[in-house]
Ligand binder design. Sequence first.
Ligand code: CUK
Ligand code: CUA
Ligand code: CA
Length: 642
Amino acid sequence: MADHQSTGAPVELDEREHGYSRRKFLGSAALLGATGVGAAIGLAGRTGLVEAAAPAGGLSHEVKPGELDAYYGVWSGGHSAEVRVIGVPSGREIKRIPVFNPDALTGWGLTNESKAILGTKADGTLKYTTGDTHHVHGSYKNGIYDGRYFWTNDKIHGRLARIRGDVFECDKITELPNIQGFHGIFPDKADPVDPKINYTTRVFCGSEFHVPHPNDGTNMDDRSKYYCLFTCVDAETMKVKWQCRVDGNMDLVATSFDGKLAASNQYNTEGGALYVEMMSAERDSCVFFNIARIEAAIAAGKTFRLDGSDVPIVDGRKEVNTDPKTALTCYVPVPKNPHGVNASPDGKYFICAGKLSPTATVVELARVLDWFEGKVKAERDTVVAEPELGLGPLHTAFDGRGNAYTTLFLDSQIVKWNIEAAIKAFAGDKSAKPVVDRVDVAYQPGHLNASMSETKAADGKWLAVGCKFSKDRYLPVGPLHPENEVLIDISGEKMKLVHESPVYSEPHDFIIVKRDLIKTKQVSNMADYPNATKDLASSKIVRDGNKVTVHLASAAPAYSMSEIKVKQGDVVTLILTNLDKVEDLTHGFAIPKYDINFIVNPQETRSVTFVADKPGVYWCYCTHFCHALHLEMRSRLMVEKA
Ligand code: CUK
Ligand code: CUA
Ligand code: CA
């Protein structure tokens, strides 16, 4: 293991230059504490809930009972296939959002509405029941989160899911064509051509696994037929807009604040199938996409298509993009097998972590744009720094004060370093020392993110670190260990590790969003559900041959019908509307032996369809505690023998 002592001399931060003064910061923190009270009351619509006040001299991660967190943490769940909402700084898990995973609590994957989003096979069963969410990103406006949407990827089946920021529920899923190993995603932050469009309209998706085209079993050993595609999805419609063929693979994705560039790090420029092949080259790439040029090429019809999809594809390979002035892509060489690419909040740099190299590579975006104009000669000349950080650098976050924080997977450390100092050192200034501080974490960190990190409002308060191993940090619970989420106070010069919490396997990435950027609806609107049972009087059973529709309603502590009579063999669609308007008054609906359970939140409507193939009496009951008479909230499904 490496020496865990700080190896770099602290960098003198020029407070005026960085627009940051300790005194001012403390003043504004105190102010925030005061306004936080009002904001909390407004947000929750109740008195008595207050934000944790920051004591002088540092941030407190403690959020007392009744207090609210200052940030929404939106976490991927990894191969649990969900997304989670975790309060920051408390580490409290507030919600699990089922996305690619069928969920027994909400009925996600069971209700007709969620099945329509997830996609079904001809027999009505789910197309997929597994998923692997790695990255979560939010929609942007003016370079900061606007709270409209979050997106997450499914690496297994190549799907992009969208989560509504007002209700924290998944509303659309798109399966990307022609790709495998959909890993990195990033929404754009502006339009490269139209300056009026200063918000997210596209989501970019990298693909990590190269597959033969066509992938139909005819050319499985022909390496020349294998390649990867970069995909652009429309943020509103969630339709795939275009794809771009690349050399090599794509791991993570980042986008520039001006909308002109997207980038992806590539660890397998070798096109290898075995890991030894994938690490044979000394250098791999960070590939930059010129979005305006790609979209112009699409508009001009300079495209091809692959069997089984009508998505237009442009060719972004090096060999057909030799003239920088017309090139769609720019492949910047970086040390071997990089991981992670992150955009600095000042809009100037992308940072690509080395993974197998102990360095991070800083690419200046202005130089990449100059390369596309033929003004910078070699792709490598866009690199302005490559500081040595430690072993196994993976991902980088920012504090908005010119510092970067990189996870060192092998060293089990976070390293804080100054970007301008790294640039000076790269230019030959021997007095410049990029590394500012180091802190040990338990253990092996993957992703990290700072509060508002990849936004223009990076506030440099909290840094969360997702550690891949927790080993001895928690009560032993058998062979499967939780992962360890670590919280670090980055408000000062030195990092302060303040909190750890276990999480279910296994988050990869997350974002930390200031809570006032998110406006949620606590009660849904019945008008959004055309199939709602509007009141108790409209509750009824409608028969059409063997198709039976049950229009049911719930109002605590009863369902609108105490008996639901159908015949064996009927195809029953049961539509349940929750008429209760009170916040937090959710009901459930379970049918024993029919494998049905789902919830309806206030004013919402959900439906399930099943074949009544088992005669007899089945006590449908409310599964969600709603009332003192919650246990009495039942209804009999009576299936008459055929
Ligand atoms: S990846 Cu998992 S730690 Cu999917 Cu962003 Cu780097
Ligand atoms: Cu309704 Cu419990
Ligand atoms: Ca490689």
